[in-house]
Ligand binder design. Structure first.
Ligand code: HEC
Ligand code: HEC
Length: 287
């Protein structure tokens, strides 16, 4: 075939492929129901891609000493993980049984996953699975406690798990003020610029659900615009129509909008002081 003919064929094939793809989307061919399993090849591919992706990113993480972390790890595991992953002899909550992919039973995970991989997955979460990222909610030290516990799970029988759980007890209720403070001090690795880190603020927009309500330039996600778009926020004179738009006021608004305006539909999202500065630093880039 001549060079020109080959190029023409390539263009036609690309166009046909694009059209076929568009038709699959338009006619709703792909069934998004969580009751439909992935096909075996898709499932295999997703798992292989997941493992390689995590292993690549986790391989250079320095592992701190892991002794003496299991008990605290168990308390945290029960608080944050048990409802989805279950534990030896303990089923997940009902809602988790309806998830696709189904959260794995982690009793086997440590046999094939390095503790670095477990730490990485807990810290950053797994896109498109429902596995949350804990980076913005659990201090790094505690993520290691959890990773140490998950690593130990592979060797715990249901009876041993039950005995350990009974010994350490539970911690009920929401985070207490002292713990919230400890979380603030520990969640963000130092050194951290006092004026805020706009790059990290951009990530925080997702992690505090800002994108679920606001359309934000450069951030994908807002399809239900409950709040005003934030484009040009840096140029607005007021925040929420009431507070002069300064850094201190923005931090105040982001941390506790209800204290500024009891009727606002923007909820208090538990934003830490540092994270509020990071978010504000990002919002200041929206000119
Ligand atoms: C809302 C449900 C949910 C919560 C809460 C949750 N996970 Fe997950 N997790 C998932 C899903 C879904 C996956 C992806 C499917 C899979 O591989 O298990 C996953 C994957 C994992 C994996 C990879 C396991 C593997 O073998 O593929 C680990 C490790 C893990 N989670 C640990 C945790 C820990 C530790 C916590 C608590 C800090 C936690 N998860 C909280 C849903 C959840
Ligand atoms: C549940 C939906 C919701 C979430 C989540 C939410 N907001 Fe809002 N936000 C609103 C609404 C509604 C307003 C309008 C408030 C008003 O005028 O009372 C608003 C107002 C604002 C304003 C002021 C806008 C202006 O033009 O004055 C900023 C800035 C803002 N939000 C940033 C954020 C950030 C950053 C987050 C994440 C930490 C966030 N919002 C999370 C609903 C939300």
């Amino acid at each position: 075939m001549s060079r020109r003919g080959a190029i023409r064929l390539l263009v036609v094939l690309t166009l046909a492929g694009t059209l076929a793809g568009a038709a699959v989307v338009y006619f709703g061919v792909y069934n998004v129901a969580a009751t439909e399993q992935h096909t075996a090849p898709v499932y295999w591919l997703l798992n292989a891609a997941l493992k390689r992706s995590v292993a690549q990113r986790a391989e250079n993480i320095d592992v701190p000493p892991l002794d003496g972390r299991i008990e605290n790890g168990l308390v945290l595991y029960r608080e944050h993980c048990l409802n989805c992953h279950g534990a030896p002899g303990v089923p997940p909550n009902a809602f988790a049984l309806g998830m696709t992919p189904l959260p794995a039973n982690l009793a086997h995970t440590a046999r094939t996953w390095d503790v670095r991989d477990i730490y990485w997955v807990v810290r950053y979460g797994i896109k498109m699975t429902g596995m949350p990222a804990w980076e913005f909610r659990v201090p790094d030290e505690q993520i290691w406690d959890i990773a140490a516990f998950v690593a130990a799970l592979a060797h715990l029988t249901p009876r041993e798990y039950e005995a350990l759980a009974a010994r350490v007890g539970t911690r009920e209720g929401p985070l207490k003020p002292a713990e919230t403070q400890a979380r603030e001090d520990a969640v963000t690795p130092t050194p951290h610029p006092a004026e805020g880190d706009a790059g990290r603020g951009k990530k925080a927009l997702q992690q505090y659900a800002c994108v679920s309500c606001h359309e934000i330039p450069g951030v994908v996600g807002a399809i239900h615009p409950v709040g005003p778009p934030l484009a040009g926020m840096a140029r607005r004179g007021f925040i929420g129509g009431v507070l002069p738009n300064t850094r201190a006021n923005m931090v105040r608004w982001l941390r506790d909008p209800k204290a500024v305006d009891p009727d606002t539909a923007m909820p208090n999202l538990g934003v830490t002081e540092r994270d509020a500065h990071d978010l504000a630093a990002f919002l200041e880039t929206l000119r």
